[in-house]
Design a binder for this molecule. Structure first.
Ligand SMILES: C[S@@+](CC[C@H](N)C(=O)[O-])C[C@H]1O[C@@H](n2cnc3c(N)ncnc32)[C@H](O)[C@@H]1O
Length: 275
C-alpha cells in the first residue's frame, strides 16, 4: 500500500465521494436565489475546489467567479470547463481571508460555500475578514449561502462517516472522523482516509487538520459582527419548502445570509472573542 497525504492533490477521488450531489445543489441554490435573493446571474464560489459546482452553474447559463487556495484544484477546474462554460467563468488563486476583486464589488447575486469549507478559517478574525469581504461583493439584496456543521460541545464520542465511490476502474472508500470539539480552543481534530484500489493501485490518502467550531450562538454572533443577517436556515437535505424553525436541534446548517441594511462597519473581534 502506498501512502499519500493530501486529498486535495487528488481531486478526482475527492469528487468521487463529495461530488455526487452537484446538480441537486445547483437546483437548491437557484431556488434559494429566487426565494430569498435577486435571482440574478452573477455567482461567486469561495474555495471552489476542483470546480464541480462552477462547471454545473456555468452549464445553466450563470456567470461564475471562483477562487481557491490550491493550484492543483484550480487546474482541474480549468480543465473540466467546455469552451462555452469558460466564457462565463473567472477563476483565480486566492484565500477566503483576503479575496478582493474590485470589478465584482456590489455585483454578486449569490455566493455559496456549502460543505463546511468555511470551518478551515481558524480564528474569529479570519472568519470576520471572509464574511465582511464577501458582503462587500454582494448586491444589497444578494445572498451568501453558507453550509456547515455546528458543533455540540457536550459530545463525548467522535463522529464517523463512511462513503464509497468509483473512478473508472478504481474503487474509493472514504472514512472521515471528527474528534471531540474543544470549546476553549474552538477547534475539532479532523481525519480523512481515502483508500483507493484498482488495477496496479493501492493507495491510502490520509489528511489531518483542525476545523474551527461553532455552536448556534457563536455562529449568530459572528454573522452580526460581520454585518450579515440570517434570512433563513435549512439543513443538508436541501428542501426549499422546509426551512428550519428557530431552535431546531439540527446540526447540519445551511445559512442564507444577506448584508444587514444598517450594518455599521464590522467590529474587529475583541481579544476575548478571538478564540
Ligand atoms: C471541501 S473542498 C470544497 C470544494 C468545492 N467548494 C466543492 O464543493 O466541491 C475545500 C476547498 O477549500 C480550499 N481551501 C481550504 N482553505 C482555504 C482558504 N483559506 N482559502 C481558500 N480556499 C481554501 C481547499 O483547497 C479545497 O479546494
Amino acid at each position: 500500500m502506498e501512502r499519500r497525504n493530501d486529498w486535495y492533490e487528488h481531486p478526482e477521488y475527492y469528487e468521487a465521494i463529495f461530488g455526487t450531489d452537484t446538480e441537486r445543489e445547483v437546483d437548491f441554490l437557484l431556488a434559494l436565489s429566487a426565494k430569498h435573493g435577486t435571482g440574478g446571474k452573477q455567482w461567486l464560489e469561495p474555495a471552489c475546489g476542483a470546480g464541480r459546482l462552477v462547471a454545473a452553474a456555468a452549464a445553466r447559463g450563470l456567470k461564475v467567479a471562483g477562487y481557491d487556495i490550491s493550484e492543483t484544484m484550480l487546474a482541474h477546474a480549468r480543465e473540466r470547463l467546455t469552451p462555452a462554460q469558460r466564457r462565463r467563468v473567472k477563476l483565480r488563486a486566492s484565500r477566503m481571508e483576503s479575496f478582493a476583486e474590485p470589478s465584482l464589488e456590489g455585483r454578486v447575486d449569490l455566493a455559496h460555500n456549502l460543505v463546511s469549507t468555511f470551518r478551515y478559517l481558524d480564528s474569529e478574525a479570519a472568519a470576520v475578514e471572509h464574511l465582511s469581504g464577501t458582503r462587500k461583493l454582494l448586491r444589497p439584496e444578494g445572498i451568501y449561502v453558507l453550509g456547515f456543521h455546528l458543533s455540540e460541545y457536550e459530545r463525548t464520542t467522535p463522529e464517523h462517516e463512511r462513503w464509497v465511490g468509483r473512478v473508472g476502474r478504481d474503487s474509493v472508500v472514504c472514512n472521515t472522523h471528527e474528534g471531540l470539539p474543544d470549546r476553549r480552543l474552538r477547534r475539532s481534530p479532523m481525519r480523512n482516509r481515502l483508500r483507493v484500489t484498482g488495477p496496479g493501485k493501492d493507495w491510502l490518502i490520509e489528511t489531518t487538520w483542525f476545523f474551527r467550531t461553532y455552536d448556534g450562538a457563536q455562529a449568530q454572533r459572528l454573522f452580526r459582527a460581520s454585518g450579515m443577517r440570517v434570512l433563513a436556515t435549512y439543513d443538508f437535505d436541501y428542501r426549499i419548502d422546509e426551512p428550519l424553525g428557530r431552535g431546531s436541534p439540527r446540526l447540519d446548517r445551511v445559512f442564507v445570509l444577506q448584508p444587514a441594511p444598517d450594518a455599521a462597519l464590522p467590529r474587529r473581534p475583541s481579544r476575548r472573542a478571538k478564540r
